[in-house]
Design a binder for this molecule. Sequence first.
Ligand SMILES: *Cc1c(COP(=O)(O)O)cnc(C)c1O
Length: 387
Amino acid sequence: MKLAARVGQVSPSLTLAISAKAKAMKAEGLDVCSFSAGEPDFDTPAHIKTAAKKALDEGKTKYGPAAGEPKLREAIARKLREENGLNYQAENVIVTNGGKHSLFGLMLALLEAGDEAIVPAPYWLSYPEMVKLAHGTPVIVPTDASTGYKITPDELRAAITPQTKLFVLNSPSNPTGMVYTPEEIKALAAVIVEHDILVVSDEIYEKIIYDGTTHLSIGAVGPKIFDRTIISNGFAKAFSMTGWRLGYLAGPVELIKAVTTIQSHSTSNVCTFAQYGAIAALEGSQDCVEEMRQAFALRRQVMFERLNAIPGLSCPKPDGAFYLFVDISKIGLKSLEFCNALLESQQVATVPGIAFGDDNCIRLSYATDMASIEKGMDRLEQFTLKG
Ligand SMILES: *Cc1c(COP(=O)(O)O)cnc(C)c1O
């Protein structure tokens, strides 16, 4: 069969592949420590599940508006105004099938052949692939631990060409966990305004930050950057709702209308009764978010300390998300070789940095229980000793 050229240009998700291999080993009865998951290990909070069940029982089982239930769009717009200082109304918001699909819809609505999108590396692995699927060109700007894996304003400026349409910003970051400070966000905003490009800010980890770190949404810096900002967010990480497939995009009405048209011909509305769970998530108590954040904070501390005590491995202390991005270059293996060998010899699942555009590193998720973290760190230590 001759498949469309666009398929050949993208690679399947490597994170999902390693997770699948680890699951298969578990199914065979092997004692696997998995640090590969990109999702919280908690159940969805009860009041959110109750709201969705109630909606189901009340017959919220039909097609709804493609852009989402009006009540949810209102609740999201209110959240963005009150928590993020972004002056959005319901018409500025579309509810999507996860934060992943909100980004995909955005790329399809915005990019065409010849358009460039600047993506700092290490990046969330779907960004460049989505740009390519939309026939745009990803322009990868490598960063390293010396700048805390953050792109500097000068590096951003140097990457901008007359073809640049979009800058992809992700803070807190997957895979590095780094968070741009408000000053750094302001400096990037100045470059974006100066060169009149657009920025999509993926804020899916905004609630998972540590040690008094501040999350500043780039669109809140001022009116000029606000007009050039698109926000992508969702419920998966903050509320442990990965399987619900609920995200959203917020931005200029013209763009939201375009994404809605695309969505109306592809997925239609997000599962109707699931959207009522999202309304409960936003309108209910936020204590559940804080409880999960505190659990992540403890695990982060333990994993960070244990890891940096292992000779040959190092990572900067992340300010957000639930990942450590670990430099393995002193061990002398490429990231994929390292991850495969570690999985096979010690049954510890991690993700090779090559998937995120950095072959010197691997990603470890600490969205798992403390006992697994202790056991996994023992094994990782064994692995680096034995080689
Ligand atoms: C998890 C994640 C998303 C979105 O996930 P959904 O499950 O589609 O909501 C978006 N961006 C990053 C960086 C992520 O890690």
